[in-house]
Write a protein that binds this ligand. Structure first.
Ligand SMILES: Nc1ncnc2c1ncn2[C@@H]1O[C@H](COP(=O)(O)OP(=O)(O)O)[C@@H](O)[C@H]1O
Ligand SMILES: [Mg+2]
Length: 385
């Protein structure tokens, strides 16, 4: 027998630093930004923009895509477009950010002895040597701006650079306007602000699918598995978390020698990224809840990402019979499912009316859950098959 083909085609495209060629579900935002920048730069004027959104909402990808697309599109107002990207997370002072910007125009200054405005002068001289529109991307700019930055003010005023312009793009999770001085605030009026809404489950599935197509071998994943991952990441709309789970699940599948990513691999990857259900948590569950979870984990181990509630009830009846416990009434079963949903341990997707729902569970690998729950019901003499 030949070994299974690798799950991965181009693993590096799952890396957080990989910039995808297109951004599904952000085409509109990207289009708006591109039009605004083009219109302004073509007239020789700088354009400033503030982009906000939650973690994993695609802020960094969006502004880097914008800059790359504008650079590639060629001259505007007869000048080329260039960009400089600085992540300010660990460089939360004007001077350290400025040193990075100087490097981007190939000027190096000693770390000491220059005031901020002198540094900006040198920076502009660097730009004058090669006339261009420069787009300065300041990512994760919150800490910088909160400590009364002068850099934002100085950079957003420096459009009088001879033969060129400096545009400023600020990126942050929160709105930065309250922290800016009034003059800078006026550079970021309504048409200079863009707030990215969180991705919903369908958008996350599309993003995952787009990336899976690049990163993984065709046939090694299916839409159900991607949807399962999207469901896990949807409460925060976080594409980064979704892609981390996809990468983790693909690795788990590869290491297991499987030829495709299964929902069990997803649960295992998710469990190792964010173990939300602990043994303590399991201790606190009622016997009813435990037996429903055990039935669910067994069904999922056989069947994938979710099972219809009717089917689950049938496997649950078989399980309690096996354990020698009394059969649970339909109402008790349904109420127990609802409790588990409320505690965030299972998900219920209403497919139609009433009790015909799809039941899913992502928190723990079914195999581990089965072991834990069988230990717990040991007193009930489980007959292992
Ligand atoms: N619309 C999208 N299409 C494709 N990939 C995306 C999209 N939005 C985000 N991503 C990917 O999700 C991950 C997180 O996005 P990122 O831009 O870093 O989020 P943020 O900066 O808002 O925290 C990155 O790997 C990015 O490439
Ligand atoms: Mg980011």
């Amino acid at each position: 027998m030949s070994p299974p083909a690798s799950i991965f085609l181009a693993e590096e495209t799952l890396d957080p630093s990989y910039l995808p060629g297109r951004l599904v579900h952000r085409e509109q935002e990207l289009g708006v930004l591109e039009r605004r920048f083009r219109a302004s730069l073509a007239k020789g004027l700088a354009y400033h923009s503030l982009v906000t959104g939650g973690v994993g909402s695609g802020k960094t990808a969006l502004v880097r895509r914008l800059a790359a697309d504008l650079e590639r599109a060629g001259r505007l107002g007869n000048l080329p477009v260039r960009s400089a990207y600085v992540n300010c997370w660990r460089r939360a002072s004007d001077r350290t950010v400025m040193l990075d910007l100087l490097r981007s125009v190939h000027v190096s200054l000693p770390d000491r002895g220059y005031s901020l405005s002198e540094m900006i002068d040198v920076f502009e001289q660097g730009l004058r040597r090669s006339p261009q529109h420069l787009i300065v991307l300041l990512d994760e700019a919150s800490a910088l701006v909160r400590q009364e930055t002068k850099l934002v003010y100085l950079l957003s005023r420096s459009h009088e650079v001879e033969l060129g312009s400096i545009s400023l793009v600020l990126v942050a999770v929160e709105d930065l306007l309250p922290y800016l001085d009034p003059a800078s605030r006026s550079s970021f009026g309504v048409t200079h602000r863009l707030a990215l809404p969180p991705y919903d489950r369908a958008a996350l599935t599309d993003i995952l699918e787009d990336r899976a197509r690049l990163a993984l071998r065709a046939g090694s994943y299916d839409r159900d598995v991607l949807d399962q991952i999207a469901r896990i990441a949807a409460p925060n709309g976080d594409a980064r978390f979704a892609l981390e789970i996809l990468a983790g699940a693909a690795h788990t599948a590869e290491e297991a020698g499987a030829d495709a990513v299964s929902s069990e691999h997803v649960r295992r990857a998710k469990g190792s990224l964010l173990p939300t259900m602990t043994e303590d948590h399991l201790e606190a569950l009622s016997t009813n809840q435990l037996s429903v979870l055990l039935a669910l984990s067994r069904s999922l181990k056989r069947k994938g990402a979710s099972v219809p509630s009717q089917k689950l009830r049938a496997s649950h009846s078989a399980l309690v019979e096996e354990l020698g416990a009394p059969v649970m009434s339909r109402t008790t079963f349904w109420r127990t499912l609802k409790e588990l949903e409320r505690d965030g341990l299972v998900t219920l997707d209403a497919a139609g009316s009433g009790e015909s729902s799809q039941v899913g569970m992502d928190d723990l690998p079914a195999s581990l859950l089965t072991t834990l729950l069988e230990e717990r019901t040991e007193g009930g003499r489980p007959r292992k098959r």
